[in-house]
Design a protein around this ligand. Structure first.
Ligand SMILES: Nc1ncnc2c1ncn2[C@@H]1O[C@H](COP(=O)(O)OP(=O)(O)OP(=O)(O)O)[C@@H](O)[C@H]1O
Length: 302
């Protein structure tokens, strides 16, 4: 049987006295996009860098395409998007990509990739003169030019403008359609919802939830609206069917959970009328991945 793209079991990593990974177990299937989410400091980069062979774990096992991460046979089979750096500052963008392509037996066409990532007009620009977002797109191009079987993308769209973000999403979609396995980290829940087949939420070095975006958000719906902050929700709660919940988060944004149907809607709008407010942007929707993420990982800053 074919091994998973990535298989991590009981991974522990300590930096001095601090535990960054605390028994993390994770599996990324072949041909799928796996998104690893987590608050700052949760251990995402540490996990990805151990898989890439850049860091070593204290205990636990990691297999990448069935092999230990340091195995040299993995180099041509795995694409890694490095954070800015690693490119000689004076090297021109196109020149660099063509140089990287030479390390692979059947690379993609560098010019076509530059065009796809909106870098073709910068092909002759020295690396140091590229903007941060352009440098990042070049890293993405370098990660995929060798037609890898598996690509690691650590926050691929951080700091990209909306156009570049969409170009990146399209590229990930094309990789997936071509059967490439993708493991990415992100802070953008919409990105994970849109791209990922499998989402893994980690917190304090452990997996706290995983599944498809739909299985994580569930079928439950909620009613949301905006109104003046500080409305007295107790009265509304008394009028709602048992098992309903109502909260204001953040100020002026109201969320009602429970059996969302005509009766609940009528109760909420009647209560708004009694409070003398209009419910702005009233809508019924499923809980988002962001709701689940905040529920699981809390609201305090790390
Ligand atoms: N080289 C290092 N030396 C010491 N501590 C480190 C080192 N690298 C990471 N850490 C610590 O390990 C923990 C996990 O860090 P990591 O970079 O893996 O988190 P992350 O989930 O990628 O965070 P972010 O979302 O902020 O990028 C953090 O507490 C961090 O401070």
């Amino acid at each position: 049987m074919e091994s998973p793209a990535v298989e991590i079991v009981d991974l522990v990593k300590r930096y001095g006295g601090a535990t960054a990974l605390d028994g993390l177990t994770l599996r990324a299937e072949r041909g799928a996009v796996t998104a690893v989410l987590g608050p700052n400091g949760a251990g995402k980069t540490t996990t990805v860098e151990i898989c890439e062979g850049f860091r070593t774990a204290d205990s636990g096992t990691v297999k990448v395409l069935g092999l230990a991460p340091q195995r040299p046979e993995l180099r041509p089979r795995v694409g890694i998007m490095l954070q800015a750096g690693g490119v000689p500052p004076a090297m021109r963008c196109g020149e660099w990509l063509r140089l990287v392509a030479r390390f692979y037996a059947h690379p993609l066409d560098a010019q076509a990739l530059l065009t796809r990532l909106g870098l073709v007009d910068h092909a002759r620009t020295p690396y140091r003169r590229l903007s941060g977002g352009q440098q990042q797109r070049l890293s993405l191009a370098a990660a995929v030019i060798g037609r890898p079987e598996l690509v690691f993308l650590d926050e691929p769209t951080a700091g990209l403008d909306p156009q570049a973000r969409h170009a990146c999403w399209e590229l990930v979609g094309q990789l997936r359609a071509a059967g490439v396995s993708v493991v990415l980290t992100t802070h953008h829940m919409d990105e994970a919802e849109r791209l990922a087949d499998h989402v893994v939420i980690i917190d304090r070095g452990r997996v706290v939830a995983e599944g498809t975006p739909a299985s994580l958000t569930g079928a439950e719906r909620q009613l949301r609206f905006r109104a003046r902050p500080g409305l007295a929700l107790e009265e509304l709660l008394n009028a709602l069917p048992a098992g309903s919940a109502a909260k204001e988060s953040p100020a002026g944004h109201y969320i009602i959970e429970g059996l969302v149907g005509p009766e609940l809607l009528a109760t909420v709008t009647a209560w708004c009328a009694s409070e003398g407010v209009t419910a702005d942007d009233l809508r019924i929707e499923r809980r988002t991945l962001e709701d689940i993420f905040l529920e699981l990982t809390g609201r305090e800053l790390r």
